[in-house]
Design a protein around this ligand. Structure first.
Ligand code: GRF
Length: 216
């Protein structure tokens, strides 16, 4: 079976994209990154992609009269690079139902909380304000409702006394960089499959996900 051909959409720093690119550079990884698309010219991640020999494409949303035209241009860029699976990685545009339908069950996102808690923005500020002791990150398939969709994998991260939104974000980001490649690998290996609105993890993969993120 060939590798899953992945396109990554970013808006900024692109550290999750970089983690996916680095994972995919290993010969045994079951997915390859065909291109990186950014909607902002100043997206730092574009430089990283170029330096790693990956086509880095700017589709500036400001250059399009409507969201539908912008998203059609994004899809055109993905299709031109033979992409069959899309990862959102800090992509700060809400994608429309039409785009989600076009990439149905072939579109995932990473969110910095343990969904369904803390959908939306300012996740760390809200978690700290609530005094939760455990938070984390989630990779999920994208549905029309924001930060909703079948959950592929999650990593729990402790909140530590004295945490600020920045210190908590940094700790979660480290977990994101391990979680996103793991989730993509499970999907590419056929070990994480959407059934109904739940992702079923193959029995032989349950252990490895648990091992990666068990409390230490
Ligand atoms: C990450 O925290 C991700 O969970 C959220 O946006 C941030 C993007 O960071 N969706 P980066 O661009 O991947 O560094």
């Amino acid at each position: 079976m060939g590798k899953l051909k992945v396109g990554i959409l970013i808006s900024g720093r692109g550290s999750n994209m970089a983690a996916l690119v680095e994972a995919a550079q290993k010969p045994e990884f079951p997915a390859e990154v065909r291109c990186v698309v950014a909607n902002r010219p100043d997206a730092k991640g574009l430089d990283f992609a170029r330096q790693h020999g990956i086509p880095a494409i700017l589709v500036d949303h400001k250059a399009y009269a409507s969201k539908a035209e912008f998203e059609a241009a994004v899809t055109d860029a993905l299709v031109a690079h033979d992409v069959d699976f899309v990862c959102l990685a800090g992509f700060m545009r809400i994608v429309s139902p039409g785009f989600i339908e076009r990439w149905h069950n072939r579109l995932i996102n990473i969110h910095p909380s343990l969904l369904p808690s803390y959908k939306g923005l300012h996740t760390h500020e809200r978690a700290l304000a609530d005094g939760v002791k455990l938070t984390g990150c989630t990779v999920h398939f994208v549905r029309a409702e924001m930060d909703v969709g079948p959950i592929v994998a999650q990593a729990a991260v402790p909140v530590i006394a004295g945490d600020t939104p920045d210190s908590l974000a940094a700790r979660i980001l480290t977990a994101e960089h391990r979680l996103y490649p793991l989730a993509l690998r499970l999907i590419a290996e056929g070990k994480a499959t959407v059934r109904g609105e739940i992702v079923e993890i193959a029995p032989n993969a349950v252990d490895e996900t648990a091992r990666l993120f068990s409390a230490r």
